[in-house]
Design a protein around this ligand. Structure first.
Ligand code: PGA
Length: 250
């Protein structure tokens, strides 16, 4: 009942011209793939051009970050109403933002609320480090991240969100989590935490992606797990073979 959702996180790659050319190169092939929602998340400056390139297709556009204030003296930040003319989604709390730019659970929660106020669908990223994984702390850590990110929301709001479970040790490393492990953490930890806090109905509706070294040749394994609703894709979203990856998801 949950439509699979594949989002490409282009990170700090592609100039606006390159981004538009790439979107044009693959947009129609992607548009022909039924049964899956798709989004491109380019760098900020490429967002208007990419949004224009995909406007006649089913491909959505997402930002990679957003600030939690409406406007004002916040040098270097982007306000929600600067995104809404172009974007459907916004990635919030990516592990790179948490690791390099000091993002906290509290800040992610504020951003989630602000995005929802503006009608943007958050893609909330959670995931444990290698040390936490090896210490057996994955469940408690990820469950805490989920509870913190969703604090103060209604069950109805939570039902419409997207969460991406991305073990940090699997991002950009080529070391992906097994489908069984990712599915268990997504099902038991992420969906289970949502169920405990917001009820079974919200937990059955919320879409939960896996992220971390997803490729055209492993996407089908992840999608075969009933709790995995799609993927947040980094490196493999930068190449034309992203089309094969999306095809593999349905
Ligand atoms: P990757 O990145 O697919 O390059 O591992 C995933 C992500 O960070 O969202």
């Amino acid at each position: 009942m949950r439509t699979p959702f594949i989002a490409g996180n282009w990170k700090m790659n592609k100039t606006p011209d390159e981004a538009i050319a790439f979107a044009r190169e693959i947009r129609y092939e992607l548009n022909n793939i039924d049964g899956v929602d798709i989004a491109f998340c380019p760098p900020f400056l490429a967002i208007p051009g990419v949004a224009d390139a995909v406007k006649a297709t089913k491909i959505g556009v997402g930002a990679q970050n957003m600030y939690f204030e409406e406007n004002g003296a916040y040098t270097g930040e982007i306000a929600p109403n600067m995104l809404t003319p172009f974007c459907d989604y916004v990635i919030l709390g990516h592990s790179e933002r948490r690791a390099y730019f000091g993002e906290t659970d509290e800040g992610v929660n504020k951003k989630v609320k602000k995005a929802l106020e503006h009608g943007l669908t958050p893609i909330i990223c959670v995931g444990e480090s290698l040390e936490q994984n090896e210490a057996g702390e994955t469940h408690s850590f990820v469950s805490g991240q989920v509870r913190a990110a969703l604090a103060g929301l209604s069950a109805e709001q939570v039902a419409g969100l997207v969460i991406a479970y991305e073990p940090i040790w699997a991002i950009g490393t080529g070391k992906s989590a097994t489908s069984a492990d990712a599915g268990r953490i997504i099902g038991v930890t992420v969906r289970g935490t949502v169920a405990a806090a917001f009820g079974e109905s919200a937990a059955q509706k919320i879409r939960i992606q896996y992220g971390g070294s997803v490729k055209p040749d492993n996407i089908a394994e992840y999608m075969a797990h009933p709790d995995i609703d799609g993927a947040l894709v980094g490196g493999a979203a930068l190449k034309p073979s992203f089309v094969d990856l999306v095809r593999g998801a349905v």
